[in-house]
Design a protein around this ligand. Structure first.
Ligand code: CO
Length: 215
């Protein structure tokens, strides 16, 4: 059998080499991390294998707290995502939440085209809600490709609003805790991140964004 991907044994061997390399350049690296984590950022991104938070941002283990799901969706009743946000904001005192989508997102494309893929269709309903809510803007674009690019962006902007509207962020802002929500999109074809609109740091900014989107 020929295969172009490494076996588990090879992966484990690579892991040992990596750990040796890290310890070689910083003997205390793992000992320090084992005592505590103090990441400065929370990343909410797509599960897509081409969008790994640490590598894209050039960050080491210990520097970013990560939640990923298909199409970087933030749902008000998703206890998994909410628990990550709560731990990040209340316990780790993270000041920067990055909601990151990417162009060419398969989940967004499936939602756009009403593809039937199974259980995941229910998850992607949330992206279809974004599509439907912005139908007028999307209709003005010249073709399906342009609409897909824009829906990837609108999805990020919408999910960032959803983060801002959780009780977690509303409570943090009400008690004066500084937390900023940044909306980013990543280009699979060039590796570059772009910021979409201003960061959200208060309920007033959220209202401004909603007005800008015509909601
Ligand atoms: Co994706």
């Amino acid at each position: 059998m020929t295969t172009d991907h490494p076996s588990l044994d090879v992966l484990l061997e690579r892991n040992r080499s990596w750990a040796e390399l890290m310890t070689g350049s910083d003997p205390e690296f793992f000992a320090r991390l084992a005592r505590q984590q103090a990441p400065r950022y929370l990343w909410i991104g797509c599960s897509d294998s081409r969008v790994p938070a640490n590598q894209i941002l050039g960050l080491l283990p210990g520097e970013i707290f990560v939640h990923r799901n298909v199409a970087n969706v933030v749902v008000h009743s998703d206890l998994n995502c909410l628990s990550v946000i709560q731990f990040a904001v209340d316990v780790l005192k993270i000041r920067h939440i990055i909601v990151c989508g990417h162009y060419g997102c398969g989940g967004v494309a499936a939602a756009m085209r009403d593809e039937k893929l199974g259980l995941i269709d229910n998850w992607l309903r949330h992206v279809q809600d974004v599509r439907n809510r912005n139908r007028d803007e999307l209709h003005k674009l010249p073709d399906a490709h342009a609409r897909l690019l824009r829906l990837c962006e609108l999805n990020v902007l919408s999910q960032a609003i959803n983060v801002a509207e959780t009780t977690l962020l509303q409570d943090a802002w009400a008690r004066g805790q500084p937390v900023e929500i940044h909306s980013l999109i990543y280009g699979l074809d060039n590796g570059i991140l772009h910021q979409l609109g201003p960061s959200l740091a208060a309920p007033t900014a959220v209202e401004q964004r909603k007005r800008a989107l015509g909601w």
